[in-house]
Design a protein around this ligand. Structure first.
Ligand code: 4AD
Ligand code: MG
Length: 463
């Protein structure tokens, strides 16, 4: 007897075949004629398998009372054509085993709609709900699509370190890693001697694997790193996490336009893959979460991304009559409201802004001849805003040294990074896509806390 997952049973289960299914009970209804209907879900898909259990099935009498919402069961049976509407097949049970009971009085995940805030408090049970099951499956397909996209283009997957002693983005938003007894130090001294620390110097969790990816791009060729990154920015927004996953490709011999082409193809491929692999989950998001999602994703696939220099974006914002909360002027970073105005209201499609002022971007970006801007690009999409940040890298040693001085960085700390410009330097470029922002964009989920299994945000690291 086979034990297939329920998605397989619903899609391709053969009428008349015998099989066993295992999963968690969504509902049970007892008929007056003395049999029961069970709706069973095993997390493999949105749909439940309907199971008919007659009263004479072995196990029925003893255990049917324990078949309550949330209980786990294993049921053998024969697959039948379903007379009911909405499903192709149902299982006629031949045996019933309850694996784990659930106390209906205390089980928090009842068969009704719960608020996302409440579900965050039960992050250990929320993946059993429809929405989080769907988010989890879509997130998985996005991760697979990311690997497929780069692997099919012969990019090499590399693993960059999680613990680091350099701040790639230079924003000073790093979580420190230490084995020093900080309580004790506070008692006896005001100064910390990092030479005594585990790594012999101040170390942190990485904000980006880019600098190390550059090492590999300039040795093995196009490569990508894909892992968790950490930012101690104290921003309690629907788009920021303290721990998030980022995929960062890095390409030798690429200049900024090549970087933009790759980013556009990348986003479109992920969307196509999700629409193809998860039609049922996407239908759910469109119906229950945001009924513009499918249309807006199709719109992304059907059109070229707009490419606009930062300077022209500022001019557009100046000309428009919308009132913004934050000011915008040349030399300031755009706020999310400005980005969303451009992509949602003005262009109504993804926009790649490029050539940003060098004063608001990190030290590693290529300086344009105008002396004022760098070859940076941000991809902005409706509903989310910035989804990708990238750039052509500064490959001229003296220019990089100038930029590091401007950013108050000690060249001694970055000696190995400078060496890449000293020995066989080449033009190169790359970008970073935030996985959670991509999941938000594809699913229409508004809060980033609801697209990662266990969100880490200021004052919250439960589970
Ligand atoms: O624009 P960022 O900071 O770029 C970098 O880190 C570069 N080193 C990437 C590169 O060129 N290799 O971050 C890249 C992306 C953002 O566009 C956003 O999607 C995501 O990472 N991101 C966050 N996602 C969730 N929470 C946060 N706090 C995020 N910060 C950035
Ligand atoms: Mg950015």
């Amino acid at each position: 007897m086979t034990t297939p997952r329920i998605d397989r049973v619903l899609k391709e289960g053969e009428i008349g075949s015998s099989l066993e299914v295992r999963g968690w009970v969504r509902t049970r209804r007892d008929s007056k004629q003395g049999f029961s209907f069970i709706e069973l879900n095993d997390g493999s898909c949105m749909g439940n398998l309907q199971i008919v259990v007659d009263a004479d099935v072995p196990g029925y009498e003893d255990s049917i009372k324990d078949v309550t919402t949330g209980a786990s069961v294993a049921i053998e049976g024969e697959l039948k054509e379903s007379p009911g509407k909405g499903q192709r097949v149902e299982l006629q049970a031949t045996s019933l085993r309850v694996l784990g009971t659930t106390d209906p009085e205390t089980f928090p995940l009842q068969k009704k709609r719960h608020s996302f805030e409440f579900l965050r408090e039960i992050a250990h049970l929320r993946p059993r709900s429809n929405t989080f099951g769907a988010v989890t499956r879509v997130r998985n397909v996005i991760s697979r699509s990311i690997h497929n996209f780069f692997q099919s283009r012969d990019f090499v997957y590399i693993n960059t370190p999680i613990i680091t002693t350099s701040d790639c983005e230079g924003a000073g938003e790093m979580f420190q890693v230490t084995t020093l007894n900080v309580d004790r130090i506070a008692e006896i001294s005001t100064k910390i001697d990092y030479a005594q620390d585990f790594f012999g110097k101040k170390a942190s969790l990485t904000v980006s694997g880019q600098l190390e990816a550059e090492i590999y791009a300039t040795s093995v060729g196009p490569c990508y790193t894909f892992g968790p990154t950490f930012r101690a920015e104290n921003s309690n927004t629907t788009r920021h996490l303290a721990e998030f996953w980022m995929v960062e490709p890095e390409m030798p011999f690429y200049e900024l336009p090549d970087d933009m082409d790759l980013a556009e193809a990348f986003i479109k491929t992920i969307i196509k893959d999700v629409l193809e692999a998860c039609p049922e989950d996407m239908e759910f998001f469109n119906k229950r979460i945001d009924n513009t999602v499918l249309e807006s994703l199709q719109n992304v696939l059907d059109n070229d991304f707009i490419r606009l220099p930062y300077t022209e974006a500022i001019e557009l914002l100046e000309k428009c009559d919308k009132k913004f909360e934050y000011p915008h002027e040349w030399g300031r970073d755009l706020q999310s409201e400005h980005e969303r105005y451009l992509t949602e209201e003005h262009f109504k499609q993804p926009v790649i802004l490029y050539d940003y002022p060098r004063t608001i971007k990190p030290f590693y970006m290529y300086c344009n001849d105008d002396g004022k801007t760098v070859r940076a690009m941000d991809v902005l999409v409706p509903r989310v805003g910035e989804i990708i940040g990238g750039s052509q890298r500064e490959d001229r040693l003296s220019m990089l040294e100038t930029r590091m001085a401007e950013c108050n960085l000690d060249p001694k700390e970055y000696w190995w990074y400078l060496d890449l410009r000293r020995y066989g330097s080449v033009p190169h470029a790359g970008f970073g896509l935030g996985l959670e922002r991509m999941v938000q964009f594809v699913t229409g989920m508004t809060n980033i806390r609801d697209v990662i299994p266990f969100p880490r945000t200021p004052k919250n690291a439960d589970f």
